[in-house]
Design a binder for this molecule. Structure first.
Ligand SMILES: *Cc1c(COP(=O)(O)O)cnc(C)c1O
Length: 374
């Protein structure tokens, strides 16, 4: 069904493009939908979307791969994937509490491209370039601006910092998207990081397996498997993303021994209902991706139309817990504004305590007592 749709889309809008070209990630990158003309060719835009694309200024470009565009139902103006990729004029609205740099990353940046918020781990922003730009991007202030183009001199300074900070146990490569780099450049970077004795494990934070699964080639995974322990944190948004192409990509990664965790941003009207979330989390498990984090949407400027109340996130976690395996339940996290770091938003299952007896509420709402001497 989905396969038919992707093929039909290629034949309709990319006539003359062979299946082989379509499967080439560099072709996908070159043919990204990036402007009004490109959008209008594929999707009848609403007046609001057209105006938003025209008015858009500054950072956070419009851009997504033809492969990802094929997942959008063009006839639905509230299509979930469409909402995350096509600008709306709501992006220009500033709401209370919103910031350009909601996580306070810039003040925690000891050298360009490195964020050191937690004692034993660093975030290494290796490029500002993404295969697709999410409208709710936490780093909308800098992605796609060309400030963090892959630059070995900048990387050298970051590597020097990591090498001289022996407390750094864990390096998370992000950006932008590290998988936008060529195999050779990524190889170079991983090899340098891997050679630092106190760096115990490496992670790649990426959305590419979901939006451009063609990037996960046998050559790429052959190179990656030399740098174990290497983990992937993959940004997934909606169950519709779980196509045969994505299954192939995840299989290759899992077969190369790369543990994968998912990161999903809770988004209003996109994935904030129990059925959608359940289907995404269970679908990920089938692809050997462990649901890792469900993120409360950061208060980045112009994101109010995406944000849901924390209470609805807690309800979603409750709807998963007890219903299905714990493997399918992510941790629900708030990234505290201003550099406070991630804080778990766990639903409260403890109803109260009387002397040595704690009362808990289970998944179907019944109360149970547990003897728990102080
Ligand atoms: C999220 C984040 C990390 C990684 O955190 P984990 O909880 O280990 O996944 C590292 N550094 C920064 C600055 C982050 O925001």
């Amino acid at each position: 069904m989905k396969q038919d749709r992707i093929q039909a889309f290629r034949k309709q809008f990319f006539e003359g493009v062979s299946a082989r070209e379509w499967r080439d990630w560099r072709w996908q990158l070159r043919h990204r939908i990036r402007d009004l003309e490109g959008l209008e060719r594929l999707i009848p835009l609403t007046d609001d979307e057209r105006e938003a694309v025209r008015r858009r200024r500054g950072a956070l470009p419009v851009g997504f791969t033809p492969y990802y565009a094929a997942l959008i139902d063009p006839d639905q103006s509230d299509d979930p994937i469409r909402k995350t990729m096509i600008p709306a004029t709501a992006e220009f609205v500033r709401s209370p509490g919103e910031m350009a740099d909601p996580l306070g990353e810039d003040p925690h940046s000891p050298v360009p491209g490195l964020v050191h918020t937690y004692p034993d781990k660093v975030l290494f922003l290796v490029t500002d370039f993404c295969a697709t730009y999410c409208r709710y991007c936490t780093r909308s202030r800098m992605v796609g601006s060309g400030e963090f183009l892959p630059d070995k001199r900048m990387w050298e300074r970051a590597l020097e910092y990591i090498a001289s900070h022996t407390e750094v146990r864990d390096v998370l490569l992000s950006g932008g998207d590290p998988l936008i780099l060529s195999d050779d450049r990524l190889d170079w970077l991983l090899q340098r990081l891997h050679a630092i004795p106190h760096v115990e494990f490496l992670r790649i934070g990426t959305k590419i397996p979901a939006v451009m699964p063609q990037r996960i080639t046998p050559d790429l995974v052959k190179m990656l498997r030399r740098y174990h322990p290497l983990f992937f944190s993959i940004h997934f948004t909606h169950p519709r993303e779980l196509t045969a192409e994505v299954a192939t990509a995840c299989n290759r990664l899992a077969d190369a021994g790369i543990p994968m965790g998912s990161q999903t941003v809770l988004l209003k009207g996109v994935n904030d209902d129990a059925e959608t979330m359940k289907s995404l989390m269970l679908g990920l498990l089938k692809m050997r991706v462990k649901p890792y984090y469900l993120h409360q949407c950061d208060a980045v400027a112009g994101s109010a139309h995406f944000r849901t109340p924390i209470s609805s996130g807690k309800d979603l976690i409750r709807s998963l817990h007890g219903y299905t395996t714990g493997y399918a339940v992510p941790m629900y996290m708030l990234d505290a504004p201003g550099g406070g770091g991630k804080v778990p938003l766990t639903p409260n299952y403890i109803e109260g305590r009387e002397d040595d007896v704690v009362t808990v509420r289970n998944h179907d709402g019944r109360l149970y007592q547990y003897h728990d001497p102080a």
